[in-house]
Write a protein that binds this ligand. Sequence first.
Ligand code: AMP
Length: 534
Amino acid sequence: MQGLMQDWPLLCHRVIDHAAIQHGNREVVSRSIEGPIHRTNYRDIRKRALKVAQRLEKDGIKLGDRVATLAWNTWRHLETWYGITGIGAVYHTINPRLFPDQITYIVNHAEDRLMFLDTTFVPLMEKLQDKLTIQRYVILTDRAHMPQTRLRNAVAYEEWIDEVNGDFTWASFDENAACGMCYTSGTTGNPKGVVYSHRSNVLHSLMALTPDAFDLSVQDTIMPVVPFFHANGWTIAFSAPMAGCRLILPGMKLDGVSIYELLEGERVTMTAAVPTIWLMLLNHMETNNLKLSTLRRVLIGGSACPRAMIEKFEKNYGVTVAHAWGMTEMNPIGSICAIKPDYDAKDVEAILDVKAKQGAAPFSVEMKIVDDSEKELPWDGKTFGRLKVKGVAVAKAYFKGEGGSILDENGFFDTGDVATIDPYGNLQITDRSKDVIKSGGEWISSIDLENLAVGHPKVMEAAVIGVRHPKWDERPLLIIIPKKGESPTREEILGYMEGKIAKWWMPDDVVFVEEIPHTATGKVLRREVRARLT
Ligand code: AMP
């Protein structure tokens, strides 16, 4: 027997329709690439997205075609997402921090036909265009700010959408149709294309709204500092209008001063980004003795959030931290910190210990840890294993079948991460499987050591790598960037770590450096650190 409820395909344009009807006046505020703060609302975003859709069709873009975006978070970028997906085309976000060769590879692999880009990326694309599949460049600005360019069929966005009247109806298609694309950062081999569906985006966004995840309501003002091009922008472009919250888009200025200015000036209540962003903000606030008056929640993920950072936000600024783990292959959230009532940690310090873990899987994600023979390992908070996931917003294959079959016989995807899971379902990421340090047959977590080291008041950033050892196979080496004006010694750092970790986890040595290389999404580039130091 079938249910007798209506068939209402989960399509992303329904989200902006809903926002325009129910929350039409709710503001969308952006720091424009041109400089000034720009204000619009969901009603106008939808109107202009309809023009984008209509105009794309005029340019011959059809259902399933890929359209690249190389842009910071602004209202125009948001409009392009809804315009592209509204005709069943596929937004392909490109991380501008990738090497030019990687950009060339992924644009051609995706066969992008048109690109929306910020003015700041025009010189880069001029260098690459002769090698690319792109037939038209739409520059996200108006006529007055349009740069002189030899980009193919270049046009200013505002002029381009003004060529149509917006009298247009969204296309209708299956909810499993492709909606967006993002390539993995590809630390080994070529980047691989992950293809999100409308259904996975809508369901992931609904999940993200829940109180133990983003905890968003119509009362909130959210600022995604995480760029739309990092792992599907954590679906905030959908979840914010779904909830009807005010949306603040920070553009290209992500330094501590600019972010603080928007958090306070726009009365932001919830924000999201990787730990490096928060490091810059906390430094700025500490140096200038500043407080946060409206922010209540900060979502931190993308790499491990040090306990010391969580402690600072919660104790010094009264802001709750939601530590999340996720990946491009997952839309992207896989787990998020939820302090369950049956957790036996009652005091503040013990709660902070739990928050430093990456949290539990929300509904829609299943997870397990396995050993090398695929045997499932216990959830005891101690046993390390390869983390595997399954769910409504988890990739089942890469674009064009790259990498072959990526699921095991039970339909689980191997995340490439190594983790423990405690009896309450809380995940703790130990390392990427290729980064774990194997010492005397046992594993040492570089993430744990890094997080401990950054708790030292003179340490700005830390990285840990394994170095060859004749007896133990590998031993940890700690690399540190001291805070401005500080010069900690090896003994001070190791003394601080003593007693907080098992003796045999203690780094053999400490190296002080001025810079630690990062990937395009802000993760420590351990391969490069290793190459420089070993
Ligand atoms: P990306 O696809 O670029 O977002 O990278 C995903 C990878 O980032 C994951 O597989 C993890 O290795 C790492 N990652 C993401 N969030 C966290 C976190 N909260 N703690 C530790 N590692 C994380």
